[in-house]
Design a protein. Structure first.
Length: 353
């Protein structure tokens, strides 16, 4: 290609790029998106797998009803979520592509993470092998650290909030309750939300029940509870009713126990190192692990290649979603087949030991 042709090609590219950037800067509207399928439903609205007609980009489009948000005084939660998503520039946090509104709805267009969430994976896999749990706990910790680096506390961590990418890696989402500092006027609303929208306080730290305030340590308690569930298939303070769960959390010292199995179930006993890490996460906040470096140095992670996590091409995930195309929503539409999770089927653990 001669210099004249190169110049023409560059000018063509420049004009095309300028037009693309102008479209990106233009105010978005719902007509700019093709709705493909509904992939989620909540108290204030719905989530749709959608395609941006201008860019052809696949997104998760969250649509929330203004009347419902105003009636429940939830506007500040939407601002929280938008603020966190806008600030996020990390592979561990779901990205916000754009936000807009019309007369009746508020919209958040986010990157689509197609592999479902950790709740779905746990429901299909049962107890995780410790080497698999190590991978997921490490990635959860990286996600929490990325959020804390932005100056936010999540305050509502649970398996449902960790999405699985097409390559099997985790991304943290649902930042409606995230806050940089605890505002007293939000505390009552926070607890009310725990009983209604969140559904269960299984992963909430005991200091969230008190009037003394709390900090980022509540997130480390939560991942301790999720870690416990990885290795047991049930949360540490589970009970038939929400009231009973709160009582268990309040009396956590008496309730928390290490399961012990015998006979053919003995293979599900957790290691001493795993239990030690759990008790350093689920403990008084004065003694609790409070940073990613402390987790990295724990003996349960001995030999784990943390640096590889920063380059997700180097660290293979234990489970890779079985996706047919970029708009595959199988893991969100309630039609997941058992074989979709065959990599983590308990019957295959013995083969990989």
């Amino acid at each position: 290609m001669n210099e004249e042709d190169k110049s023409k090609e560059w000018e063509k590219f420049r004009k095309k790029e300028s037009a693309y950037l102008r479209r990106r800067r233009a105010k978005q509207k719902i007509e700019d998106f093709e709705i493909i399928i509904q992939i989620g439903k909540g108290g204030y609205g719905d989530v749709f797998l959608s395609r941006n007609k201008d860019t052809n980009e696949i997104v998760a489009l969250k649509r929330m009803r203004k009347k419902a948000l105003l009636a429940q005084n939830e506007i500040h939660h939407i601002f929280n979520e938008r603020n966190v998503l806008s600030a996020a520039n990390s592979p561990w946090l779901v990205k916000l592509l754009c936000s807009f509104q019309d007369s009746s709805h508020v919209y958040l267009a986010m990157e689509y993470v197609p592999g479902g969430d950790m709740r779905t994976l746990l429901s299909n896999s049962g107890v995780l092998h410790e080497k698999h749990a190590r991978f997921y706990l490490a990635e959860m910790t990286c996600a929490i650290d990325a959020l804390h680096e932005l100056g936010f506390i999540h305050r509502d961590l649970k398996p449902e909030n960790f999405l699985i990418s097409s390559s099997g890696h985790l991304k943290l989402t649902d930042f409606g309750l995230a806050k940089g500092v605890l505002c007293p006027e939000f505390r009552e609303k926070m607890l009310e939300r725990a009983f209604s929208l969140v559904g269960s306080p299984d992963y909430m730290a005991p200091e969230m029940l008190t009037q003394t305030g709390y900090d980022k340590l509540v997130d480390y308690w939560s991942i301790g509870c999720i870690f416990y569930e990885f290795l047991t298939a049930f949360p540490p303070f589970g009970a038939p009713t929400i009231d009973e769960i709160w009582v268990n959390v309040y009396h956590w010292r008496e309730v928390l126990e290490r399961p012990h199995y015998t006979g053919e179930d003995a293979e599900f006993n957790m290691s001493d190192e795993a239990w030690d890490l759990i008790t350093k996460l689920i403990t008084e906040k004065e003694k609790r692990i409070d940073c990613i470096d402390a987790i990295k140095k724990h003996c349960w992670f001995k030999g784990f290649e943390w640096d590889f996590l920063q380059d997700q091409q180097k660290q293979a995930a234990p489970f890779i979603p079985d996706l047919s195309n970029e708009t595959d929503a199988t893991y969100f539409t309630g039609c997941v087949q058992d074989e979709k999770f065959s990599f983590l089927d308990n019957s295959k653990y013995k083969e990989s030991l």
